[in-house]
Design a protein around this ligand. Structure first.
Ligand code: IMP
Length: 220
């Protein structure tokens, strides 16, 4: 049976395979305690690959492997999205696409509105009918094509109108279970809800990163 080689990250530089400013900010916070040398795909001038997969895992691999192959370094990507139960999991892997405008830019005010219109169309007006989750899949890929995956999910309710100006993307319409503030009303630290040594992160990205840190960075 083929046993993939164990790739150590010790003393290695790491590429964060993303061009998304919001994600890069959060990765930089989450990585800070680990004194890792990490640069983004943007710093290396790498192009953004087309996300042609139909799952978060496939798209996370496309991004991480493209960056690992181009730089010869291990690369960490994040593919994420919002999955709304009443919309059969949409926008899901197409969460970023829902924000695309005809001129090719992204408008998240419009994307949140589009989600709200879709919820209204299916008659989802009560909080109980507006449940969903943010999903993040972090892929760690190596130049030889080996890869590992770490998935984090955060359950919550979609609110309208949007609340808060912090965070990015769909944060202002996402109220995580057990909290009274949307992600858009939380500071980055509140949204992550995690420091090494603490039991459970809050956001999907911090939960995925926590798994990565425990598996690969020796974190508690
Ligand atoms: P992708 O991973 O590049 O396909 O993009 C995922 C999209 O999901 C982003 O453009 C955001 O709009 C949205 N998203 C992912 N994570 C978050 C988050 O933590 N807060 C708000 N929106 C998010």
């Amino acid at each position: 049976m083929h046993q993939p080689a164990f790739h150590s990250l010790e003393g290695q530089k790491l590429v964060v395979a993303s061009h998304n400013e919001g994600k890069l900010r959060e990765f930089s916070d989450l990585m800070a305690p680990f004194a890792f040398e990490a640069k983004s795909a943007k710093d290396y001038g790498l192009p953004e690959p087309d996300e042609t997969g139909t799952t978060f895992e496939e798209n996370a691999y496309i991004k991480a492997f493209a960056a690992a192959k181009a730089t010869g370094l291990p690369a960490l990507s994040d593919d994420s999205g919002l999955c709304v139960d009443a919309l059969d999991g949409a926008p899901g892997v197409y969460t970023a696409n829902w924000a695309e405008t005809p001129d090719g830019s992204r408008d998240f005010g419009m994307a949140m509105q589009r989600t709200e219109v879709a919820l209204q169309e299916v008659g989802a007006v009560d909080p109980a009918q507006r449940k969903g989750r943010f999903v993040a899949v972090i892929c760690l890929a190596f130049p030889d094509g080996d890869a590992e995956y770490f998935r984090g999910e955060a359950e919550g309710t979609l609110v309208w109108p949007p609340r808060g100006t912090l965070g990015f993307g769909y944060d202002p319409v996402f109220l995580p279970n057990g909290f009274e503030k949307t992600f858009g009303e939380m500071t980055a630290q509140e949204k992550h809800g995690w420091k090494p040594g603490q039991p459970m992160a809050l956001s999907h990205r911090a939960r995925a990163f926590q798994k990565f840190a425990r598996a690969r960075l020796g974190s508690e």
